[in-house]
Design a protein around this ligand. Structure first.
Ligand SMILES: O=C(O)C(=O)C[C@]1(C(=O)O)C=C[C@@H](O)C=C1
Length: 335
């Protein structure tokens, strides 16, 4: 099962891991930091786009480090995991985008993830006493590890590829990682199909300093973080602004603000682009309602799902008509 020596990248990149269909072109920054080291799912997702040569992609040791590189201008963009269909959101990304200098999402990519067990040549599955991986990967393979490596110590690593690198250095016995990471660090694959839920998908995002807003495509998403006062019904008020304009949410979660226990912000993905009148109108309302709304980008959706049909009541023309009507009233006309 071991890949031939030296076969790290190249012919197998386009084939594995599998990218989800309907990837939009998006904007192409010239340098991009990704959660590294080489061999992570994040790197695989980035390369699956086929838009970057190796020299333009820079491995970062962590999600906060990748975001810091984009904020400082050391690179044009960062590419990081945001959520997984089994394990949920990647909190260093959600929280890292909600605080600090603004960054906006300009592209999303979905990648199916599955894991292998990788060891140094000669170390069998029965020899594994310490197994390492990224916490999200450990969570997605908990059942497999309990069944096949009972009693092994489970150690978190900065990424799946970092776990593979540490195994190659002798720090741990085995890594749970992508097959490409096993190949990259010269490890043997001694177990495949480790995911407890086959077909799991991770969503990755490209983020940049504000300045480039991807053009609307008709199938877009907008991401926001809403900071609200701690008062009864505020979440209902917030949701009403979307529902009353026919805007479907694709993700909603609360995150602690770190101010004190019980004070949360809401991280929201909704359908539509800020240049759609209904989305712009909802943002106007949220700006009034919330202590702060952080706009985190409008970008083409890449999950292959069609946008929910927009009722004519919520189409751009309906908003334009209504605004013109009010303008006429303000000029003294009867409407
Ligand atoms: O460690 C990696 O390979 C990553 O790209 C990170 C990450 C994550 O953050 O969830 C990405 C996909 C998998 O779910 C496991 C780990």
């Amino acid at each position: 099962m071991r890949l031939p020596p030296g076969r790290t990248r190249g012919p197998h990149w386009p084939h594995y891991p599998r990218r989800m269909p309907a990837q939009p072109a998006g904007s192409i920054p010239s340098s991009i930091a990704f959660l590294g080291p080489e061999g992570t799912f994040t790197e695989a997702a980035l390369h699956s786009l086929g838009t970057h040569s190796e020299g333009e992609t820079v491995p970062a040791p962590s999600v906060p480090a990748a975001l810091a590189m984009a904020r400082s201008g050391e690179v044009d963009a960062a590419f990081v995991p945001l959520e997984n269909s089994v394990e949920g959101s990647v909190s260093p990304t959600i929280d890292g985008l909600a605080a600090g200098d603004p960054l906006v999402i300009t592209r999303e990519v979905f990648l199916e993830v599955d894991f292998v067990l990788a060891t140094r040549p000669g170390v069998g599955r029965g020899d594994v006493r310490r197994v390492a991986s990224h916490p999200h990967a450990l969570a997605q393979t908990r059942g497999w590890v309990a069944a096949h490596l009972p009693g092994a110590e489970v150690v978190p690593a900065a990424s799946t590829a970092d776990a593979a690198r540490l195994v190659a250095e002798g720090a741990h016995d085995a890594a749970i990682c992508p097959e490409i990471a096993a190949a990259r660090y010269g490890l043997d694959v001694v177990g495949t199909g480790l995911a407890d839920t086959p077909g799991a998908v991770t969503r990755f995002v490209q983020v940049e300093r504000p300045g480039r807003l991807p053009a609307p495509t008709g199938a877009d998403k907008t991401t926001l973080t809403c900071f609200v006062a701690d008062r009864t019904g505020v979440l209902l008020d917030l949701l009403t602004e979307f529902a009353s304009r026919g805007i479907s949410l694709t993700r909603l979660e609360s995150r602690p603000t770190r101010e004190r226990l019980g004070v949360y912000s809401f991280s929201v993905d909704c359908e539509g682009h800020v240049s759609d009148r209904r989305v712009g109108d909802a943002l106007v309302a949220l700006h009034r309602l919330c202590d702060e709304v952080r706009f985190q980008g409008s970008y083409p959706r890449a999950d292959g799902r069609a946008a929910a049909p927009v009722h004519e009541r919520f189409a751009d023309g309906a908003f334009a008509d209504a605004q013109e009507w009010v303008a006429r009233l303000r000029e003294g006309s009867a409407g």
